[in-house]
Design a protein around this ligand. Structure first.
Ligand code: GUN
Length: 283
């Protein structure tokens, strides 16, 4: 089985982003800027945000870290987003999800200027993706496509199954696969027999959020399996897929960690740079 090494793909791509950032700086005498907003103290979110900030530094993107306490009101958070929307040193805005339960992610995301939406989650950017004219797209699904392309795994005409229908992964993933001319099926928590669907697939992207949910029996022999899940269990990190079982069954699969995860941040860096270039071109 071929191990799809997202970390290696990511390193190669970050080197390219770093040189593009350096050209940007030469041209505009400033660095692209990403504002990262986190509300509350969810430990996993803190780890992700720390990694995002460190990765920005490594490629020369400035980051502005806004840590707000768990009791922050909607009015306060909206006021911060308005301020970032108008700040010329900020090209991309990311609000780390999930938010505490008293805050509506839909309402907060809707306040982000679509031309500063580093996650591609606003209705405008999602609408562009769903109408086949993508601008900035959500980082994780874009990262999955790039891993498949890096390994020359063609999607055109293939039966691709996405497990999960979240705003941030499942739905945009299905649209990106469609744009690659795949035949796409989305299975989710109300699908009566997920396994019957995944067994028909040439390529399966699993973003169910359930630790070790699927194993060899759930996939066709020689399928390509991409695991978006990441879970911290008492015995270590694992994905939504039982990776060990795939070794003598799948054609290729992503490990956890070291698969999709590193690519998510890499695409965030690229989205920020692309937004900065567009904003700069319009000035
Ligand atoms: N939480 C988990 N993944 C993500 C992501 O890609 N973007 C944001 N904003 N929050 C997340």
């Amino acid at each position: 089985m071929l191990v799809l090494n997202g970390k290696a793909v990511s390193e190669k791509k970050r080197a390219d982003i770093k040189s593009r950032v350096s050209l940007f700086k030469g041209k505009y005498s400033r660095s692209p800027g990403l504002a990262v907003v986190i509300v509350g103290d969810d430990p996993a979110s803190h780890v992700y945000v720390k990694n995002k900030i460190k990765s920005c530094e490594e490629v020369g993107i400035v980051s502005f870290h806004h840590q707000l306490d768990a009791q922050t009101t909607e009015t306060e958070l909206l006021a911060l987003i308005q301020k970032l929307n108008g700040d010329k040193s900020v090209d991309g805005i990311l609000v780390q999800l999930p938010l505490p339960p008293h805050l509506s992610a839909d309402k907060i995301v809707a306040a982000i200027r679509p031309d500063k939406d580093a996650d591609g989650l606003t209705v405008e950017n999602m609408g562009l993706l769903f109408s086949g004219k993508p601008r900035v797209v959500p980082c994780t699904p874009r990262g999955v496509i790039e891993i498949l392309k890096y390994y020359d795994i063609s999607m055109a005409g293939k039966n691709c199954v996405v497990v999960g229908r979240s705003q941030i992964v499942g739905r945009p993933m299905a649209q990106l696969l469609l744009l690659e001319d795949a035949t796409v099926t989305v299975a989710h928590s109300k699908t009566p027999d997920v396994s019957a669907i995944t067994r028909t697939a040439d390529i399966v992207v699993v973003a169910a959020g359930r630790p070790r949910m699927l194993g060899a029996d759930d996939f066709k022999k020689n399928a390509v399996v991409v695991d978006v899940g990441i879970h911290r269990l008492p015995d270590g990190l694992c994905g939504d897929v039982r990776f060990e079982e795939l070794k003598s069954h799948a054609h290729a699969a992503t490990p956890v960690p070291g698969g999709v995860g590193p690519m998510t941040i890499t695409i965030l860096l690229e989205n920020t740079l692309v937004l900065a270039e567009k904003l700069q071109a319009g000035r």
